[in-house]
Design a protein around this ligand. Sequence first.
Ligand code: GLP
Length: 259
Amino acid sequence: MEVIIRPSSAEAAMLAARLIAAALRVKPHLVLGLATGRTMEQVYDLLANMELDFAACRTFNLDEYIGVPPDDEHSYRSYMNQRLLGRVNIRLTSTHVPDGMAPDLGAEAARYERLIGEAGGIDLQLLGIGEDGHIGFNEPLSSLMSRTREKALSPATRRQNAAMFGGDADRVPKRALTMGVGTILDARRVVLLATGPAKAAVLARAVEGPITAMISASALQLHPRCTVIADEDAASAMAQREYYDWAFQNEPEWEGYRP
Ligand code: GLP
């Protein structure tokens, strides 16, 4: 794992966008794993303005609320179309979000896993982190080997996402379809972006604490090519800061860091 700390959330988002742009330039038919949430809004805005060629790119989103139709403004499909997919030259048929309206959610989960496999696996998976340590919607107790499946959202997650539902946590769906931790670990490269003070405690536990199903992001310690990008606020509780800064300045791991 590599940890990169940037002075501001804007600069952290810019680095994440640049890494995705670099990967897309190297491999135009990139299979890109996408995340939602407020943290990603800046990244998608930057990507949409970089004049990148997404014509051959395929995307897979991490998760979707169950019972929210794709054209509902609260769906992650709407979020993605509005923030990125509708703003670049990607073919919408090459973009995938789990179908939270599927009558048979188990079959939909299996279909999603199959589609990822048929695409050749995910080259680069972008991740945020929930305040309870979730990646995707892998809430505490998610098996570190889990695959795409239905998951009940924690009360804390529903409170955190209430802002997108008029501030009312009761309106946030109770369940979601999400890639599993094992699905995420299968991606060839992972980039986790965390910004803001609310993520500081959980990010330190995920990066520097023991690997535990209570913090699904801690499973990323098992991934051979994982980059964590944080702003100063999100990085403020990490103990090994000096080493992370030194390594990034002197021994950076990825050629994509160059502008
Ligand atoms: C959401 C999503 C995650 C996202 C996380 C953080 O619930 N399922 O994929 O990373 O929570 O969201 P935010 O960036 O708004 O803090």
